[in-house]
Design a protein around this ligand. Sequence first.
Ligand code: ASP
Ligand code: MG
Length: 410
Amino acid sequence: MALIVQKFGGTSVGDATRIRNVARRIVAAHEGGNQVAAVVSAMGKSTDELISLAGEVSRSKYPREMDMLLTAGERISMALLAMAIQDLGVPAMSLTGSQAGILTTSVHGQAEIIDIRGDRVREGLDQGMVVIVAGFQGFSPYSRDITTLGRGGSDATAVALAATLGADVCEIYTDVDGVFTADPRLIPDATKLDEVSFAEMLELAGSGAGVLMARSVEFGRRYQIPIHVRSSFHDGEGTWVKETTMEEPIVRGVAHETNDAKITVHGVPDQPGIAAQVFEPLAEAGVNVDMIVQNVSHDGTTDISFTVAKTQADVAREVTEVVADGIRARGVDVDPDIAKISLVGAGMKSELGIAGRMFRILADHAINIEMISTSPIRISCVVRGSDLEAAVRSLHDGFALGDPSKGGSS
Ligand code: ASP
Ligand code: MG
């Protein structure tokens, strides 16, 4: 008998029919002799709708009440799913994050799971029930408040729950067939990957591949829980995310991110301590900085550019302008019209010349590179937003990642 955690995303539980389909799938796994715990997201776009409703009621930010509001979305889908499963003759119960013992830090909207007690989940499973847990939410023992884990947080709930329960696998059911060599909405001949290592998936998720929340991949790696990302609309195999894979290709896929903005501080004095003076206050203001480039200095001054999420660009600008005044820099500008393209592949760490090949392909397509950053298994370039599609397409073709049967040019 296996213990399986199944997570269903918003589209998979988007309406009554889909909820009944999900119930049938869960019941099939249960009747196959498995213990099944399910984690659900809010139905369809309901989290977005609740956010915009809050915006209509008030222009101020109330993080505690926002979490109260948003957690309601998952409560609706979990209760409906529990009804649909019981209709099929299988005992089921739904639990909120707090009832399931999901303990988090107290940062509203961005809480981190610190522990899952999970007693009620285990009890229910031992009694032969399907237990459904609301994704994306927990309870802070410090503030005694309900918290949310950040957008896409149900993935983290699912993998963390799988780790707590010692599950054999965590299945993530979604509206795509798995993880692809590029976003199939942009690149029609993108290929579904059979497997991806945790390290690669972390880089892909951190570089804009939306299919899995990065934090869920970290849990998977830390607790060695294999993650199977698959479609909720058919039974076909999806993509396995696990520790080791059959082969380590040089390039596994191309990810892209369009939610970043680039901030440049011009004419910064080229002296020890200046970078710390720029970045310490950003950290204090809670701004998460991604890529950083410092140019060579002319006449004792230099430019520093970095990227942040577009949603943090205004805060970053305010903080940086104050610093720029203090250190007598020339000025600050914010450029939201950028895209970040990343090549990811575990084989890169032992292969020479991949960066050169990437830059050559972009050059051949007249695409200018504005910033570069690397990890041992990733190379990322910032380009103009208008070059996004050409950049992803040319790299996907240039590294022959396409599926020829889908009519790609590679
Ligand atoms: N409902 C939440 C969101 O839309 C959490 C999730 O779907 O994972 O971000
Ligand atoms: Mg998601």
